[in-house]
Write a new protein. Structure first.
Length: 309
């Protein structure tokens, strides 16, 4: 008997599960918009590239937050006949755009740093330091607001990393201002700008790597496919496993499909029992709650065709 079964469990959480969380997200967007404007104006008035760099990083925060909010809302839409998985992968697309935007801002800052190294610009420290303190206060407030939700989705993780690195870059701006006050060397401002770009690049590459892994339907990093294969094979009345696929459609939900050949028994083969036992094991040991299992009483795939590849 050929028995295909799909198992699904809704156990993930979204940042916007409540209206309170949505309001927090909107508040952080408004707060970071104000910080961006303040730091950009302060950077232009003071001549500090480090401050302009921090404003650019904050701008990426605003983009991440705005697109992230939209992405989360769209990702929550239910599946339909056209999009049978819903639009859950939209969250990953938004995270990818955010990371690429951050890399673009970083490239612009490096260009400006090279230009200012060749043609130094005077810096007003007494504008630079107070504005840096304002930026730091806003970043710390945003981090505290989103602290509890920081690992809920890839998108929120990307936003939180933006805020965390921006808080560090704000500290670097303040330190640069103090160093300029003590030494009078404009190159310190440029060095801090390059440091900020390095932090931006690190945060972007980690998000890019995970986004591409999801788009290319790779196995999530925390799951060992060989262990999954072995665990399914050890289930009672399972003779063998083939056609095993493990992938995810967003940052929180892992899917699995495979073909299972039931072991020969003296009585009728209980395929429902095999499916229940496999699903229970996958959820408990590997956190996989979305499965499609085809249980076969004979080696159907040895008859040719591509259904098991």
């Amino acid at each position: 008997m050929d028995h295909a079964h799909e198992h699904q469990h809704e156990g993930h959480t979204h940042l916007h599960g409540t209206s309170g969380s949505g309001k927090k997200f909107i508040f952080v967007i408004l707060l970071n918009s104000l910080i961006t404007v303040a730091e950009y104006i302060g950077g232009m008035l003071s001549g500090s590239l480090a401050l302009i760099s921090d404003a650019g990083h904050n701008l990426s925060d605003v983009l991440s937050l705005g697109l992230g909010y939209a992405g989360e809302k769209i990702s929550e839409r239910r599946p339909n006949r056209r999009f049978t998985f819903g639009l859950k992968r939209f969250e990953v697309a938004v995270a990818l755009i955010n990371a690429l935007t951050l890399l673009g801002i970083g490239a612009y800052i490096l260009y400006e740093a090279a230009s200012r190294y060749l043609n130094p610009v005077p810096i007003d420290i007494w504008v630079m330091i107070p504005v840096g303190l304002i930026g730091l206060a806003g970043n710390l407030a945003s981090i505290l607001i989103l602290l509890r939700d920081r690992t809920s989705t890839l998108n929120v993780k990307a936003v939180f990393l933006h805020l965390l690195y921006d808080a560090i870059s704000s500290i670097a701006v303040i330190v640069a201002g103090i160093a300029l006050l003590l030494t009078g060397m404009p190159v310190i401002d440029l060095a801090i700008s390059v440091l900020i770009v390095a932090m931006m690049t690190i945060s972007s590459l980690s998000i890019l790597r995970e986004s591409f892994r999801i788009f290319l339907q790779g196995v999530p990093g925390h799951i060992n496919p060989d262990e999954v294969y072995a665990d399914i094979s050890r289930i009672e009345n399972v003779e063998s496993v083939h056609g095993l696929h493990i992938w995810s459609i967003n940052s929180t939900e892992t899917f699995l499909s495979c073909h299972i050949i039931a072991a020969e028994t003296s009585g009728e083969r209980d395929t429902d029992s095999i499916i229940k036992n496999v699903n229970a094991m996958l959820e408990q040991r590997h956190g996989i709650c979305h499965t499609t299992l085809q249980v076969e009483n004979s080696r159907l795939c040895s008859e040719g065709g591509t259904c098991c590849r």
